[in-house]
Write a protein that binds this ligand. Sequence first.
Ligand code: ZN
Ligand code: ZN
Length: 214
Amino acid sequence: METGAAHVQLECRLCLATERDGPEGLEARLCFPCNCRAPVHHGCLMQWQRAQEEQFAERHTFDEVQARLNTCEVCGARLLLEETPSRSQPQLGSAVCRAQGGTQKVALRRVPTLSRATRNFSEFSASDGQQLEVLEQDVTGEFFRVRALGAKRYRGEGVTAVAEGWIRHVYLDWQSGVSLPPPRMPPAFLAEGTDRLGADAATAQDSVSQQDET
Ligand SMILES: [Zn+2]
Ligand SMILES: [Zn+2]
């Protein structure tokens, strides 16, 4: 190895090896599919996704399983592999949270799914009137990942310096006159019927009560 060069040997965060056993090519390539600094082999990530699918497919909704497969468990960002489209940037980098009624807080989700099971929520929230940095949009268009400074705990007292998480578009006020294209509804949303799960009804459910589905 050359001396003096900042030569970092990168290891896959899943298999902990540099080289991947098996055929060379895309699967053996180390990639950075999210915001984590540690890379992962393309093949190892796909293997992890298949394992997640097998583990959760029977117990959770299609919408939640897909959201889990495509979200990094560590940094919370969308996982992007080479063949997927580039990270979809919202047109604006910030928006104001609108969460009238109830606690005036919206719990930030760990994964962009409509499931309201407790496991999908972080302990922190965005508050009504709070300015949020908008980081990215999920694959369905329904959710945005946001960064909230001085985020309040969803339950009880206390704040944290910075919290990130996913939030439904209905809670974001872009305040610019630029209207975002209406998001596509995720499959689970359509399956349950748009009458009962209309945007207004879902808004009330989200900000008032979080129920554990399990
Ligand atoms: Zn690996
Ligand atoms: Zn990550």
